[in-house]
Design a protein around this ligand. Structure first.
Ligand code: ADP
Length: 329
């Protein structure tokens, strides 16, 4: 049985439906990412699970028990927001202890748990500092410790890394995942960043306009998108309509197809003539825009040596790995 089971969840604001029939099963200890464009309903779903936003219908079963009738403080859920939401007039230690005060845990037990939580996020030596004396990354680690200290049954993370710079983000990603694994903590992480979702998750739940489009591990989402939205959102797929696909593959194709740019190879000569239109250097990868049989395609080539660099206008040939051609709805 699933640890968390969301059944027929429905949320509207007045006449506007945000989502109308969310079904989702999450196993104990799983790290699940809700991924999707801004406004698709990820945060609303998270807030409904936490009890911060009321739902209009459906069930949220945690270990078999419906959370919907319960107030947020009774749900045993920890939540971390993008904005940290720390109390500016409290020290790190007092911020972390706050959740325990709500649970009426005090004295030596509270001190022990606060120390443990701060050690987990590697902030023990910052216990006496105030939020204004910390960096953004450190503030977010305090927010994380404040959730962990209550020993939640479920951890909800709402874009916790979005306000941080790339280097800190990467470090904190690893730290969150390590702590989550150590504690076996069932976690739902919200992001609109596909790379973050791909590197962090046991499973990705891809959402669009209040609907779950696809759910699966990173490899499945990356290599087998179920529709054009999934192909457009994850990776930099070439999306071709049936006419362009038929032209390129020189056989009748009935639906749209998606081809990953790295599944196309460039050669000096071959069956499919291709001309380089433009290129951009993305560090270790060169992304070419090529034209073949009247169709424009993106082709990614590893930047290994000068031989991989082709000037605009050069005539080459390309080949496509047939296994990488996905038909999408
Ligand atoms: P995401 O987290 O995927 O960016 P949200 O869950 O924040 O999306 O928002 C989903 C939709 O719900 C958006 O169209 C947003 O404008 C709308 N929405 C969110 N909160 C409210 C609210 N309090 N009142 C009315 N509409 C809201």
């Amino acid at each position: 049985m699933s640890f968390l089971s969301i059944r027929g969840l429905h949320k509207s604001y007045g006449p506007t439906s945000i989502f109308s029939d969310i079904q989702c099963e999450i196993a104990q200890g799983e790290f699940v990412t809700l991924l999707g464009p801004s406004g698709c309903g990820k945060s609303t779903l998270l807030r409904c699970i936490a009890g911060l936003t009321p739902v209009n219908g459906g069930q949220i079963l945690l270990n078999g028990e419906d959370l919907v009738p319960q107030p947020p403080q009774k749900r045993g859920i920890g939540m971390v927001f993008q904005s940290y939401a720390l109390f500016p007039n409290m020290s790190v230690q007092q911020n972390v202890a706050f959740g325990l005060r709500m649970q009426k845990v005090g004295g030596a037990e509270a001190q022990k748990r606060v120390d443990e939580a701060l050690a987990m996020v590697e902030l023990s030596e910052f216990a006496k500092r105030y939020p204004h004396q910390l960096s953004g990354g450190q503030c977010q680690r305090v927010a994380l410790a404040r959730s962990l200290v209550t020993r939640p049954r479920l951890l909800l993370l709402d874009e916790p890394l979005s306000a941080l710079d790339a280097r800190i983000r990467k470090h904190l990603r690893e730290q969150i995942r390590q702590i989550q694994r150590e504690l076996g903590l069932t976690t739902i992480f919200v992001t609109h960043d596909q790379e973050e979702a791909l590197v962090m998750s046991d499973r990705i739940v891809l959402m669009n306009q209040g609907r779950i489009v696809q759910s699966g591990d990173a490899e499945t989402l990356y290599t087998a998108p179920v529709d054009a939205f999934a192909a457009g959102f994850i990776g930099n797929y070439n999306l071709l309509d049936a006419t362009a696909a038929s032209l390129l593959l020189q056989r009748p194709v009935a639906s749209r197809i998606a081809i990953r740019p790295e599944a196309i190879q460039l050669h000096a000569e071959g069956a499919i003539a291709a001309q380089i239109r433009s290129h951009s250097l993305l560090g270790n990868v060169i992304r070419y825009r090529v034209e073949a049989r009247g169709v424009e395609l993106l082709v990614d080539v590893l930047n290994r040596s000068a031989e991989d660099l082709h000037p605009n206008g050069r005539q080459l040939a390309l080949s496509i790995d047939p296994a990488s051609i996905c038909e999408v709805a």
